[in-house]
Design a protein around this ligand. Structure first.
Ligand SMILES: [Zn+2]
Length: 220
């Protein structure tokens, strides 16, 4: 339980995927405050091992910060989750940061809210569907805000039935994707800490990977 919290505050719980001993908590706090405080009146309190409570003055600011995410610290992803006053710390899972995905190559006539929902719900916990005008003016595309489970390998795409018979492969690109390990497709570790490769000793680091930097999008 957290007591003496600001009764008018709006909260996020945050955890770094870094191991606690490998980063400086004060630097993390200062960095986040300098990024967000001016605009969003942020206050930060440490509430557990590698866990912080971020307090915003209003929900609008909180949502702005969340939608500009996922945020990184020292090239590692920070896991943020909305928290209401009645939420117990133990109820918060903190392994599903939300990413923006976009431009799946869906044909123009299929740029529909319904199509965005089908794709988004197949990827993870869909939060929002948007339509964006492309940089060249007329090329519209779907943009989706989706919570994904970082314990699983990142998904590279999906087959999608367009029209009545033609199945197309939709490629996924993640906005602000942090560095991840291309050989197991997971965020948050490198070879040394990877528990997913079967034969680590005889492992060929030059082997082809199914994952790569092509999955990262700067912004949509
Ligand atoms: Zn791994």
């Amino acid at each position: 339980m957290i007591d003496n919290i600001d009764p008018a505050g709006h909260f996020c719980l945050i955890r770094s995927l870094l191991r606690p001993k490998s980063f400086n908590k004060e630097t993390l706090k200062k960095t986040m405050q300098s990024l967000w405080r001016g605009k969003y009146g942020l206050r930060i309190r440490e509430v557990g091992n590698n866990m912080f409570l971020f307090m915003f003055n209003n929900n609008e600011d909180r949502m702005k910060v969340l939608k500009l995410g996922p945020w990184h610290f020292n090239k590692h992803i920070l896991l943020l989750e909305k928290m209401e006053k009645e939420t117990n710390l133990s109820q918060i899972e903190l392994y599903k940061p939300s990413f923006w995905f976009g431009d799946f190559g869906v044909p123009y006539l299929f740029l529909l809210d319904r199509v965005g929902r089908i794709i988004g719900e197949a990827i993870g916990d869909l939060e929002e569907v948007e339509f964006v005008k492309g940089k060249k003016g007329s090329n519209q595309f779907i943009k989706l805000w989706i919570g994904i489970d970082v314990r699983s390998p990142l998904r590279r795409g999906m087959k999608f039935l367009i029209g009545s018979s033609k199945k197309t492969w939709l490629t996924f690109q993640y906005e602000k994707l942090p560095n991840f390990f291309y050989h197991c497709g997971r965020i948050g570790h490198t070879l040394r800490e990877c528990e997913h490769l079967k034969e680590k000793d005889g492992w060929d680091k030059n082997a082809d990977t199914q994952y790569g930097s092509w999955m990262t999008a700067e912004s949509f």
